[in-house]
Write a protein that binds this ligand. Structure first.
Ligand SMILES: Cc1cc2nc3c(=O)[nH]c(=O)nc-3n(C[C@H](O)[C@H](O)[C@H](O)COP(=O)(O)OP(=O)(O)OC[C@H]3O[C@@H](n4cnc5c(N)ncnc54)[C@H](O)[C@@H]3O)c2cc1C
Length: 433
């Protein structure tokens, strides 16, 4: 075999996996049909747990050198349900960062190379090779731009390895080629639209939530501010008829002065529209293959969890492979463990994300936000849930939220039109992050 592992896709999931495997001493080939630095259709808030992983991997410094840290955020669901607080501290990291994918993905690809992986850009995988038993043994593909007009096999290269990892995103070629089983699949319910602005006053991160809307606004590279919106997919056709006017109308609906602040700025880039937001899991492994990142678990982007999920799963997968290929290891058993660990970690976040993707804010939720707004510790705890640093299901467990509130907050909550019990129902924390 030419390599120990081949990784297809070298953005958040693939570059991180390749880097970790190369650091463990494996011979890694990582290929991507894109060239770096390049953008992809995605906003890019990396939640605190994801940033903590970048720091542990020694990659944060090069990102932090060009990207502003965002230690505090304002969550505004309409007065009095407005929180402003600090993100939690995870392994010494206490801020979210929003690096453009041009910055983040290139930094990770560089780190993979520095670790010893061969990172081949502009290489599109077209098929998998298999042995007589059907086990995947490698990839077939070609350099972008090669072989055109010279017959189907011109410029085609084959590479072999005992394991091929699909880190090739939500429309994964690898997942499709191996027929990976899909589960927990839910229909798409939102679309996103985002762009970048200069001259917009945004001292802290902001997340505005209104019925049928979630609008995150965060600073990013080059002094720009990214302002995104998530709205019901059913409204997409109407929205895209005039994205500029629709976008501004949505910001004006947010309440407060976000619409005015954005109007005072200068749009630096075109509007990006993203109506393809599937939700679901795929089997994480099979004979000679494994999936990581969006290829394996994809969820609505409203919660901004995909990149951090990809980092977490890269770490789980790399550890499983090192165990499985090590002395006395059994790769298939190790990969089965990866799938169990991945699903256990991803399911609470998936559940929170699906709840956020309904874009609904109940009266009980608004009361809850109002009740915790003047409690910095409880606000940070709520933000820890949005950041994926605290489990959503634990947070919602009966008595947990209410038990931590002061007597005044409890009284206010109980006086409200919704019952206290409603604040502990699944979905009580439907706010985006
Ligand atoms: C509108 C939108 C907003 C989002 N906002 C956020 C956010 O704020 N925060 C967050 O954490 N997540 C966000 N996400 C989710 C995030 O984009 C994904 O979770 C993340 O990109 C997954 O990384 P990945 O490496 O698994 O896949 P990708 O980033 O999709 O990378 C896959 C790579 O595989 C390559 N590839 C595919 N097929 C082949 C092939 N056949 N041969 C060679 N290469 C191939 C592609 O070129 C690509 O570079 C958002 C997503 C969307 C759509």
């Amino acid at each position: 075999m030419d390599h120990d592992v081949i990784v297809v896709g070298t953005r958040a999931a693939g570059a991180a996996t390749a880097m970790l495997l190369a650091r463990a001493g494996l011979r890694v080939l990582a290929v991507d049909r894109a060239r770096f630095p390049s953008d992809t259709l995605s906003t890019h808030q990396v939640q605190v747990p994801g940033i903590a992983r970048l720091r542990r991997w020694g990659v944060l410094d090069r990102i932090a050198a060009v990207t502003p840290a965002v230690p505090t955020v304002r969550v505004d669901a309409g007065r009095p349900a407005v929180l402003h607080g600090r993100y939690p501290t995870v392994d010494g990291v206490d801020a979210l960062y929003g690096p453009r994918r041009t910055v983040l993905d290139a930094a990770l690809a560089d780190a993979a190379r520095e670790a010893g992986a061969e990172v081949r850009e502009g290489f599109a995988v077209e098929e998998l090779t298999r042995d007589a038993e059907g086990r995947v043994t490698g990839i077939g593909g070609r350099e972008r731009g090669e072989g055109r007009g010279r017959g189907p096999s011109a410029g085609r290269t084959t590479e072999t390895a005992p394991l091929v990892i699909g880190a090739d995103g939500k429309r994964s070629t690898i997942a499709e080629a191996v027929g990976a089983r899909a589960y927990h699949v839910r229909p798409p319910v939102t679309f996103a639209c985002y762009t970048y602005w200069s001259g917009v006053d945004l001292p802290v991160g902001e997340i505005h939530v209104r019925p049928g809307l979630t609008v995150p606004a965060f600073p990013t590279n080059d002094g720009l501010v990214m302002v995104a919106l998530f709205a019901p997919l059913a409204d997409f056709d109407r929205f895209r008829a005039d994205p500029g006017a629709s976008y501004q109308a949505v910001l004006d609906r947010c309440g407060g002065d976000l619409g005015e602040r954005v109007r005072a700025g200068v749009r630096a880039e075109p509007f990006r529209l993203a109506p393809d937001v599937p939700n679901g899991f795929r089997a994480a492994h099979g004979p000679g293959w494994a999936l990581v990142g969006d290829a394996g678990v994809v969820m609505d982007p409203v919660a901004g969890q995909g990149i951090s999920n990809a980092f977490r799963d890269a770490e789980l997968l790399a550890a499983a492979i090192v165990r499985g290929l090590g002395p006395g290891g059994r790769l298939d058993d190790a990969l089965a463990g990866y799938q169990r660990d991945r699903d256990a970690a991803a399911l609470p976040i998936y559940s929170m994300t699906r709840s956020l993707a309904t874009l609904r804010v109940s009266a009980a939720q608004r009361l809850l936000l109002a009740a915790i707004a003047d409690d910095p510790a409880e606000t940070t705890r709520f933000l820890a849930v949005l950041a994926g640093a605290e489990r959503y299901d634990d947070y919602l467990r009966a008595g947990n939220v209410l038990g931590r509130l002061g007597a005044g907050a409890k009284r206010r909550l109980c006086r409200g039109p919704a019952r206290v019990a409603a604040a502990d129902q699944p979905g009580a924390a439907q706010m985006s992050g």
